[in-house]
Design a protein around this ligand. Structure first.
Ligand code: NOJ
Length: 597
């Protein structure tokens, strides 16, 4: 029998409770969700708090040798583009040796570069060339799992009594020979894979080609620390820690309550943020980070607002975490792309207020991101379908680059990239997209409904090749690109946008310049204004010397606001070119210097 889940609720109860708790906590401390934070002088800030970060999906950025795949030398050749955007930290998706079952998030050798991306000499040159431009390279450390082709796993699976037999999560079958539990992996299907040689199952939170490491084993923890220290010694500026909330498993493996027609329960609900995880991460922090100026940012799916104080800040385990509240605003259940939650702008605003409130209170800091390589393009994700694409992109750019925190730009975001909408599932490359589609059909959704979910959420949308110019393949490669170039490349590409004074790219560059000149946009406090307004996102950034008021219209219509907010203030930026106090054109974003409220 087919089962359809109808989820009408907008914001999950857990989040409502945590917002309510925050309101109480901050009320007691004299502040509410519309919070005004104390500012810190720029002199007190770390380099990574003051800069702009940029994510490169290595496979899709720039191909230097015509094999259709981006590579390290391609990145080195385009560093000036990043410099112009004011970028000081570049996060590279994994470029280590990998069979590429999950585009590099399945690492076979942490100490070498995949030949498709270049050599270790290319990496050394990239680090050095970036440094010349004041840019630090940030490596993606994938330590929840390795590739099944990693030597560690090969040894572990070779029998039950080798030196690494306990480096992965092995479990005996149930009496009937079936999987130890009914857990569904994040990419679909059972999270257990049977291994003939050992006569046991191994756990994989993601694909069967990505077996989970056993962090209970101190040798495993030492091995991953060695990897991190190797890259730190190479001179990188920081680490993004992949899927880090899954490293600790529960003491006992038990079936969960089925959450779909397949009779399984999502592994996320069984293993994310298991108590005890912080001990491992404190150990990692003290043996990798202490005494250096590198930063860490954890991918923290499953860390709720009220947990943040343990994850970031003075007593936390990372400098920043990517929290999923905002990007999951329309996705109540990550397994099911067919059920989207309705949301409005006050929901979006409350995520910022909530997260920043906790982050600042704990002495922590936040990465601001609207996109990454696992997410839809932000124009499709957070903006209405109607209206001008460039205006929407500029509105989002304003939010990204003026919000308190370190902005992370996803490659292509600065050019206004949008989601792909390929007609058939066979056109898609991403394995998780294909699995989500199959899951939807299995749950009884129609082909059309399943494809609608794919069009909205597929990870391929953020992975299409970077568009450098209007030449064939958008100047990404002289060969055949591994993923099709988006057909709008003749208009939306770096070269054409650079030549057009009103382009999205030039708006990003102008905003980056404004951040340097108006330091309050970097180090200033954040105070949300008009929290109840359903059309406008508005806030004040203020430090000892100056104050900026940011107003962004998220609708396709002209909207009005109280001119008191900007009385005696001067407009220093309008995405529209010119503006009138008290009014915002469709999707217009403005920044005023000074504020009377
Ligand atoms: C999160 C990464 O961002 C995603 O791309 C990857 O597939 C999974 N972790 C597994 O490593």
């Amino acid at each position: 029998m087919n089962r359809r889940k109808k989820k009408e609720e907008r914001i999950p109860m857990k989040r409502i409770i945590s917002i309510a708790l925050l309101i109480c906590v901050f009320f007691i401390n004299g502040c509410s969700v519309s919070v005004k934070f104390d500012d810190k002088d720029a002199a007190d800030q770390e380099w990574w708090q003051q800069t702009i970060a940029y994510e490169i999906y290595v496979k899709s950025f720039k191909d230097s040798d015509g094999d259709g795949t981006g590579d390290l030398n391609g990145i080195t050749s385009e560093l000036d583009h990043l410099k112009e955007l004011g970028v000081g930290a570049v996060w590279l998706t994994p470029c280590y040796v990998s069979p590429q079952a999950d585009n590099g998030y399945d690492i076979a050798d942490y100490y070498n570069i995949d030949p498709a991306y270049g050599t270790m000499e290319d990496m050394d040159r990239l680090i050095a060339e970036a440094k010349k431009r004041d840019i630090r390279i940030v490596m993606d450390l994938v330590f929840n799992h390795t590739s099944n082709e990693n030597e560690w796993f090969k040894e572990s699976r070779s029998g039950r009594d080798n030196e690494k037999s306990d480096w992965y999560i092995w479990a005996d079958p149930k009496e009937d020979g079936s999987e130890p539990t009914n857990w569904r992996s994040i990419f679909g299907g059972s999270a257990w894979e049977y291994d003939e040689t050992r006569g046991q199952y191994y756990l994989h939170t993601f694909l069967p080609e990505q077996p989970d490491l056993n962090w209970e084993n101190p040798e495993v923890r030492a091995a991953v620390r060695d990897v991190a220290n190797f890259w730190k010694d190479k001179g990188v500026g920081g680490f993004r820690m992949d899927a880090i909330t899954y490293i600790k498993k529960p003491a006992e493996y038990k079936d969960g309550k089925p959450d779909a027609a397949d009779g399984m329960t999502g592994i996320h609900s069984m293993t994310a943020n298991t108590p005890g995880i912080l001990d491992y991460l404190h150990e990692f922090k003290s043996s990798v980070q202490e005494g250096s100026d590198i930063f860490t940012v954890g991918e923290a799916n499953g860390v709720e607002a009220d947990d943040l104080k343990d994850w970031i800040g003075e007593n936390g385990v990372f400098d920043m975490v990517f929290e999923f509240g905002l990007v999951n605003i329309d996705l109540p259940d990550e397994t099911n792309w067919c059920e989207r939650r309705k949301w409005d702008l006050t929901d979006l605003k409350s995520f910022f207020a909530e997260s920043f409130c906790v982050a600042d209170t704990a002495g922590g800091w936040f990465p601001v991101f609207l996109e990454n390589h696992d997410q839809p393009r932000s124009i499709n994700h957070f903006m209405p379908e109607s209206g001008d694409r460039e205006a929407k992109a500029k509105a989002l750019a304003t939010l990204l680059l003026t919000m308190r925190g370190t902005p992370f730009i996803m490659q292509g975001e600065e050019l206004g990239f949008v989601n792909v909408d390929w007609p058939s599932i066979d056109d898609y490359e991403d394995i998780s997209t294909k699995n989500h589609y199959e899951f939807a059909l299995g749950e009884g959704y129609s082909e059309e409904e399943a494809m609608e979910g794919v069009h909205h959420f597929s990870r391929d949308s953020s992975r299409t090749p970077m568009q450098w110019d209007a030449s064939e393949n958008a100047g990404f490669t002289s060969g055949t690109p591994w993923l099709p170039v988006y057909p709008d490349y003749k208009t939306f590409n770096k070269k054409s946008e650079k030549e057009d004074a009103d382009s999205i790219l030039n708006y990003y560059i102008a905003l980056a310049g404004l951040r340097s000149e108006h330091r309050e946009l970097k180090d200033g406090s954040y105070e949300e204004i008009m929290p109840e307004d359903e059309n406008i996102v508005a806030f004040i950034r203020q430090n000892k010397d100056s104050k900026a008021t940011v107003l962004i219209n998220f609708t396709d219509e002209e909207v009005t606001y109280d001119t008191e907010y900007v009385k005696d203030a001067d407009c220093i930026m309008s995405s529209n070119g010119e503006t009138q106090k008290g009014k915002l054109a469709p999707f217009e974003a403005v920044i005023y210097e000074g504020s009377t409220k």
